[in-house]
Design a protein around this ligand. Structure first.
Ligand code: SF4
Length: 490
């Protein structure tokens, strides 16, 4: 039985709890410096950037430009080089270079203290302005960033679609004593416990009040490990396949924590877009796993890889199809086990204007011949990004896409042929409903609106379909424009 939601009690409990968590970088800079200039600049840097990255970039910048006068003389190029790891560093450097001049001309060189005036400064939006008013000037304003917006909606305290709507709703109903502190409390809480993906409800200090609207909590680590050991004792496997659209980018979005959360026996990745030596140590060597990579020759392009749980090593690893045209692009990686082959594939994209359709159809034909030859020996599990939605049910807008890459008659006909050759689309064994997708464009807010495509698959040869225990799409797992898909296999 949940307690009646009481915002003051919840925020008081969280204020205590977050003392043990990392302090948001902008608050830290405010406390350390008491300098509105540094708070304003650090807040501009922090947009769409991790706190650790903001802290490093801010320290480098402030070492060279401790005030507006020095900032005015630094120059945009030099500034861009100093802040480079932060998101949109060129745009931010451009805004920061303009800042001293605009401040001088419009505000006599003094940082204004109202949200409306601050919004006139280059690179300052409403969220930044609210944060500067609160943190630098200790004046009432409500800074609504993604964490405040998200968590207030999870609690049902507001029911809003955008941070601006949330700010306006909070201005109406949030008691004034919380305005100054709500942002820093919820940012620390949102970064440490109530995470955007799989919040840690099992250790949440306000769980007794929270209705958990629209979230999927993480499975507690101990429960997860028990389930994994039970599966392994029964000889079962948990396979996960995920097009990460750049493993280094995914690493910045919590990839390693997601792997721990999913606890796969084999994790197959597509579109790694990196040479193994370019991967950060924490990603190249995930504790408890051995990785195998088949990168493309061209840097930053395609590439597949697998992580294999230690104790589940294959008999052999095969790289590619044995065809130079395709193997140069890092498309296929095969693990051989005593009683099955595991094939991870990243099919070519036919591309806009279908400029690579012929190439893709050549790959498809070679791939089918390859997996048929394997299936003649033992069971075959095929997974990956096939870059095709098979049927109309597999994409949100089939009619508009009939001649587009990924849904052309030629690509769909190949998928028909692949299934007719004896492979089974495991997801549809369990879930025949529409509107279940694995890829969403980054544009048009497509993921939030579920305007997607199902183009990532786990397929199994028909003779071994009885070994398939479950297949799913993990649409709430973020970190790429694709989400992971899973197969439980006996
Ligand atoms: S119970 Fe879960 S969803 Fe609710 S506030 Fe706590 S961590 Fe967030």
């Amino acid at each position: 039985m949940k307690k009646r939601f009481d915002i003051s009690a919840v925020l008081a409990r969280l204020a205590e709890a977050v003392q043990a968590l990392a302090v948001p970088v902008v608050d830290l800079i405010a406390v350390q410096t008491h300098d509105p200039y540094k708070v304003l600049v650090a807040t501009i840097l922090s947009a769409r950037t991790k706190d650790a990255t903001t802290a490093k970039a801010a320290a480098k910048l402030f070492a060279k430009a401790p005030d507006f006068t020095a900032l005015a003389h630094l120059g945009e190029e030099r500034m861009a080089a100093l802040i480079r790891p932060v998101g949109f560093f060129r745009t931010k450097a451009h805004h920061l270079a303009q800042l001293p001049g605009v401040l001088r001309e419009r505000f006599g060189g003094v940082i204004p203290q109202t949200v409306e005036e601050l919004c006139e400064l280059p690179g300052v939006g409403r969220k930044t302005a609210n944060l500067v008013v609160v943190v630098a000037f200790n004046k009432p304003a409500i800074c609504v960033d993604t964490h405040v917006h998200r968590i207030m909606n999870i609690w049902g305290y507001v029911a809003t679609k955008t941070p601006l709507e949330t700010e306006m709703a909070l201005r109406q109903k949030l008691p004034a004593q919380h305005w100054l502190t709500v942002n820093s409390i919820l940012v620390a809480f949102g970064q440490g416990i109530c995470l955007p993906v799989r919040p840690h409800c099992d250790v949440c200090p306000v769980e007794e009040w929270c209705p958990r609207l629209g979230i999927t909590p993480r499975v507690p680590p101990a429960v997860r490990e028990q389930a994994r050991m039970r599966r392994q004792a029964q000889g079962g496997w948990r396979f996960v396949s995920w097009n990460v659209n750049g493993l280094r980018a995914a690493a910045e979005k919590g990839f390693v924590a997601t792997v721990a959360e999913l606890a796969p026996d084999i994790l197959a990745l597509q579109e790694v877009k990196a040479m193994p030596e370019q991967l950060p140590e924490s990603v190249g060597n995930i504790a408890g796993y051995t990785a195998h990579w088949a990168p493309a020759e061209k840097k930053g392009y395609a590439g597949v890889g697998v992580y294999v749980r230690q104790g589940r090593e294959p008999l052999a690893v095969r790289y590619g199809l044995g065809l130079a045209e395709h193997d140069a692009e890092g498309r296929v990686l095969t693990l051989e086990y005593p009683d099955f082959f595991f094939v991870n594939a990243y099919f070519p994209n036919a591309r806009h204007g279908l400029t690579r359709l012929d190439h893709k159809l050549r790959f498809n034909a070679a791939f089918l011949a390859y997996v048929q030859a394997l299936a003649a020996q033992k069971a075959v599990v095929v997974c990956g990004d096939f870059n095709v939605a098979h049927r109309e049910i597999d994409l949100a807008n089939p009619k508009q896409n009939e001649q587009n890459a990924g849904f052309t008659p030629e690509e769909r006909a190949w998928m028909d042929a692949f299934l007719a050759a004896g492979f089974v689309d495991t997801f549809r064994l369990f879930r025949p409903e529409p509107q279940q997708y694995t890829w969403w464009s980054y544009r048009f807010n497509a993921r939030a609106r579920n305007i997607g495509w199902r183009i990532d698959y786990f397929c199994v040869d028909r003779k071994n379909v009885s070994r398939v225990k479950d297949a799913a799409i993990l649409s709430t797992v973020m970190g790429s424009d694709h989400c992971p898909v899973t197969l439980d296999f006996a």
